[in-house]
Design a binder for this molecule. Structure first.
Ligand SMILES: CC(=O)Nc1ccn([C@H]2C[C@H](O)[C@@H](CO)O2)c(=O)n1
Length: 107
């Protein structure tokens, strides 16, 4: 069974170009399993734009985010921390979902 994930539309082009290869979410989206294929759509209007395969789901604290995470998000570290604080105010328990964009039959 295919599960769904949404991204803010401002991240669509980075995902399609494979510049963004992780997303950092709260516990409500930490249940995805490595190998699982997710149907990706835009949060604002629900428009589908690709499939991704989950590579790993790893807990991380806000203070433990590094330049590597930021690079994988195609952001600076300060931009990434600000984005997370805006989306998840006051939350420290986060999860890094690493993924790659699917090709072939899931394109
Ligand atoms: C509904 C919801 O929470 N949607 C989200 C949450 C996060 N993101 C992006 C923003 C950053 O690139 C990372 C880190 O949170 O994930 C998102 O696109 N949509």
């Amino acid at each position: 069974m295919l599960h769904d994930i949404t991204f803010f539309s401002r991240f669509e082009q980075d995902i399609l170009a494979e510049r963004k290869t992780i997303t950092i979410r709260d516990a409500s989206e930490s249940h995805f399993q490595p190998g699982e294929v997710l149907r990706v759509s835009r949060y604002e209007d629900g428009v589908f734009f690709c499939f991704i395969e989950v590579l790993s789901v790893t807990p991380v604290a806000l203070d433990a985010l590094t330049e590597t995470h930021a690079r994988q998000e195609n952001m600076t570290l300060s931009e990434l921390k600000q984005v997370i604080k805006d989306i998840y105010p006051g939350l420290d328990e986060l999860f890094v979902i690493a993924f790659h964009k699917c090709r072939g039959e899931f394109q």
